[in-house]
Ligand binder design. Sequence first.
Ligand SMILES: Nc1ncnc2c1ncn2[C@@H]1O[C@H](COP(=O)(O)OP(=O)(O)O)[C@@H](O)[C@H]1O
Ligand SMILES: [Mg+2]
Length: 195
Amino acid sequence: MNRQEERWENKQRDKILDLFTPRIKKNIHFANDSEIDKCIKSLSKDKNIYLSGITGSGKTILACATLLEIAKQSFLEPQQAKFKSFAFISVPEFFEDLKATFAQDNKTKELLDSYKEVDLLILDDIGIDKCSEWVLSILYLLINYRYEYLKQTIYTCNLSKNELALKLTDDRIISRINNNSVSIKMKKIDFRIKV
Ligand SMILES: Nc1ncnc2c1ncn2[C@@H]1O[C@H](COP(=O)(O)OP(=O)(O)O)[C@@H](O)[C@H]1O
Ligand SMILES: [Mg+2]
């Protein structure tokens, strides 16, 4: 192991893992290497990724393991790095966090803006919230900004794109999610109930 690899293992890796919940950290090793490679290849071709499948099929773990591997490559070879900043959003929690900022001047905008500029963002579990006008307008602001500024996103969703389109009602959001994205369907296995 060279010094940079040691630094990654001893320090940087944990910083990236801290973007995730303890459950994700604990289970991230389950992700399948060839599926991670497939995601990395799509991202390197400037594509977004739409991971769909039933609950427990491994979407979140695959998205996070892909981000971790890309962060590792970027750290080890910074000159060639396409992605330099990373974030993970659990979409339902994000809306809760945004609501909690309502009483504070400008905080809602600051929180939303902080995710607009990130080079690689995971939007985990998009489409499980009730889609109020407010939820739709926030999603539009975030997704449209990232679309305009060519920022890449990994979406995870337990709905197919057609089902998500029906749920979101707003065509503008789904057309931006569809634009330049690769759809990956997880196998119909619920790992959570596997014994
Ligand atoms: N490739 C895999 N092989 C075996 N178990 C897996 C795999 N991916 C995920 N798991 C297990 O399944 C659980 C659910 O994965 P998760 O990614 O959270 O599913 P989803 O986001 O699709 O609901 C994880 O906590 C992990 O224990
Ligand atoms: Mg999930």
